[in-house]
Design a protein. Structure first.
Length: 724
């Protein structure tokens, strides 16, 4: 104390808080922790365990308990083993001061820009990270331009394909429209410098001068951001980039390895002060960790008494660094030591309570079940007593069922809230006039027709309004492989005579790796090796099989990814056909390539006369009112599927109607459904309503359409159906 005083630290005597009254549950519990003496708790409300089905309800319960305190929370300390965001919200709803220990903050999300700027310099490129960078709410690239780049990535997840330069060309054109040539060129170069910085191996590292340039660019961008809109974020970003710059300069290395860069970023962001996280002045106090409660408090609330103590800090040291630290006498805490320290802190929380100790345990958090706290196991012999259970273990749900609930010595009185009915799912919608006007003069494609026939409301939202659902991420899994297979087919199937299958196979093998890097980069990421190896082996074989099949039918290739358009009697029809072939007599035919695990869906579609895509392509390539032949070529199964009599099929499916018949049905349904829209009516087929609209349809709406639809929140369809 004298040393502290002499160093100028103000030292005040700690206010004495009387020990718990003898014979109370709290005194019994503290004695048990001190000398192991075991006695039954009586349920006098000094030790209470609140159990809630959800963290939300737990927060409501604690907030109600605090709100019913005549002392406005004075003398109460909340010990948090994590985040208090939910509790803060519940307190704020009651006009009580918040605790300010909420981990996520608007500033944190702003820091993503720093981490993502560095994440895109590594090889192999992680397109997901690049997409995140482009879709940041606060991004160095203007949203309209970043939108073009994000769309290119979704089309081809990589930066070496055709979509990426196409997006830059669109941006260049956009800049020309918006500003003077010189200014536009400068801005274009600046935007390119954010995402085209070169790619470096994580092990050998990024050159330090490039890392420094990124820091300076970030600092310059943050400094130029609006002080009014982004004041705290702006200042914090400048602070982080400066400390990074200083650290890089101090390193004095030519390159910085990926792991080292991660450590520096973590440290710089972690140490940053966050002005958005602050407690409000009030009687109630909070500490962020059980070990931070160092003096007695009248009432202690242990919020989120559910996990196994403080989470172990991530270890940023590798073996060599740990050895170097040990050689310098610096040894990080071992897991055993950390566990011992945790236990000491837990006991100290219980021993510091003087009038009441509340453990609050949500049974689930974010939908996940929580585990019991290890300290709860130590206290189990006392807490599981048969006497006074009602007062010791309080289910928070009691607050929802009773008007008066006693918790830890306080009577909480609840009042019924007004019931607000949630919006109901709706099958029939009245459309605004502006939307109705947009249904005129439309161009339809196979996809838009499929959407319309499946669900007219989905077609309206996706194709007329232009909404994209929440699943607008990068293509993954089968879709990514499908896109890659299409690119590979385009690379090896030149117009003209069908090449020899062996040469197709050899060429596909030679092209494969380059194409993956340019257009399917997620396959190069760790964890995807098996998938990549499978595709590398199967795709060239599949394309060789396609070539052999087309050769056996005497076909020649007219082109791949051929854009077609035509009048469909009432609307314009457009489409891009994967492979257009010509038979020996010069007749055109369409081959639609599919990469999918099973052929069942396509067989059913053909059998039910609902192969809308094939019917559309046939119509686009046909003449004199007749559709051209068309077939699916299933690359994984190496079969060509179409209706009976198709010159392209290796497997003919007996169908309810042929492809010309399917097209007639599509056209008739289009007339019925567009008529409905033009009368101002939207029909969500997933709900099965609209029977009284007396629609004259050939193909029924698809009630399963909702399973893969991402617009269910708008039509409010029950989630169990979308999850089915
Ligand atoms: S969720 Fe179902 S009903 Fe709603 S728009 Fe999508 S397909 Fe139509």
């Amino acid at each position: 104390m004298s040393a502290l005083r002499s160093a100028g630290v103000p030292v005040h005597p700690v206010e004495a808080v009387p020990c718990p009254a003898a014979g109370t549950d709290l005194a019994i519990l503290q004695r048990f922790l001190s000398d192991g003496h075991r006695e039954c708790l009586r349920g006098d409300g000094t030790v209470v365990e609140i159990e809630a089905g959800t963290a939300l309800l737990a927060a409501e319960c604690v907030a109600e308990w605090v709100a019913s305190d005549p002392d406005a929370g004075r003398g109460t300390v909340v010990v948090s083993d994590g985040d208090t965001a939910l509790l803060d919200q519940a307190l704020a709803r009651r006009g009580l001061p918040v605790l300010g220990l909420s981990a996520p903050s608007p500033l944190r999300s702003g820091f993503q820009v720093i981490a993502l700027c560095f994440a895109v310099v590594w090889k192999p490129l992680d397109p997901e990270k690049l997409l995140e960078f482009l879709t940041l709410p606060l991004s160095p690239i203007a949203p309209w331009a970043a939108g073009h780049l994000a769309a290119a990535l979704r089309e081809e997840p990589g930066t070496g394909g055709a979509a990426w330069p196409r997006a830059w060309a669109l941006i260049e054109a956009g800049l020309r429209e918006r500003m003077e040539a010189d200014e536009g060129r400068e801005l274009l170069e600046e935007w390119q410098s954010w995402v085209q910085v070169g790619r470096f191996e994580r092990v050998s590292g990024v050159p330090t001068d490039i890392a420094l340039a990124i820091c300076r660019r970030l600092a310059g961008w943050a400094a130029a951001a609006s002080e009014v809109e982004h004041g705290p974020l702006r200042r914090s970003l400048v602070e982080v980039t400066r400390s990074l710059e200083a650290a890089l300069a101090m390193l004095g290395q030519a390159t910085v390895a990926g792991r080292q860069m991660d450590q520096m970023l973590f440290q710089a962001i972690e140490d940053l002060s966050d002005s958005a996280r602050c407690a409000e002045v009030g009687g109630i106090r909070a500490v962020a960790d059980p070990g931070a409660l160092w003096r007695p408090a009248s009432r202690v609330v242990w919020w989120r008494f559910a996990r196994g103590g403080s989470r172990p800090a991530p270890c940023h040291w590798d073996e060599a660094e740990l050895a170097a630290l040990a050689a310098s006498g610096c040894r990080p805490e071992s897991p055993v030591e950390a566990a011992r320290r945790d236990e000491m802190h837990w006991r100290s929380v219980a021993l510091h309570a003087r009038q009441a100790l509340l453990f609050v345990r949500p049974e689930t958090e974010c939908g996940d079940e929580t585990a019991r706290h290890p300290f709860a196991h130590q206290l189990a012999p006392l807490l599981t007593t048969q006497v006074g259970q009602q007062a010791i273990r309080v289910p928070a749900e009691r607050l929802l069922a009773r008007r008066h609930v006693r918790i830890a010595g306080r009577m909480i009185t609840r009042a019924a809230a007004d019931v607000v009915a949630l919006p109901k799912a709706q099958a029939v919608w009245e459309l605004p006039r502006a939307l109705v006007a947009r249904t005129r003069g439309r161009c339809e494609s196979a996809t838009s027709l499929e959407d319309m026939i499946g669900c007219q409301f989905r077609w309206l939202l996706r194709h007329v309004v232009g909404l994209r659902g929440s699943r607008a991420g990068l293509p993954d899994g089968e879709r990514l492989l499908g896109n890659l297979a299409h690119e590979l087919a385009r690379a090896v199937l030149d117009p003209g005579t069908i090449p020899d299958p062996d040469s197709v196979r050899a060429r596909a093998r030679a092209e494969f790796d380059g194409l993956v890097e340019r257009t399917a980069a997620p396959l190069l990421l760790p964890g995807r090796a098996a998938e990549l190896a499978h595709a590398r082996q199967r795709m060239p074989e599949a394309l060789a099989a396609l070539a052999a099949h087309l050769q056996s039918r005497g076909m020649a290739i007219e082109g791949t990814e051929v854009d077609c358009a035509g009048d469909a009697g009432g609307f314009r029809l457009v489409g891009r056909v994967d492979v257009v072939v010509r038979d020996p007599a010069g007749g055109r035919a369409a081959v639609d390539l599919k990469w999918s695990r099973s052929a069942a869906r396509r067989r059913i579609e053909l059998a039910e006369g609902r192969a809308i895509q094939l019917a559309t392509y046939g119509r686009l390539l046909g003449s004199a009112g007749r559709g051209a032949p068309s077939a699916y070529f299933l690359l994984r199964q190496r079969i060509a599927l179409s209706t009976s009599g198709s010159p392209l099929a290796t497997e003919e499916v007996a169908a309810l109607r042929d492809l010309d018949g399917t097209w007639e049905a599509v056209a008739a349904d289009w007339r019925a459904l567009i008529g409905l829209a033009r009368h101002g009516i939207g029909l969500a087929s997933g709900l099965g309503g609209g029977a009284d609209l007396a629609l004259d349809r050939v193909l029924a709406g698809d009630r399963d359409a909702c399973v893969s639809c991402d617009l269910s929140r708008l039509c409010r369809i029950p989630s169990k159906r979308t999850a089915a």
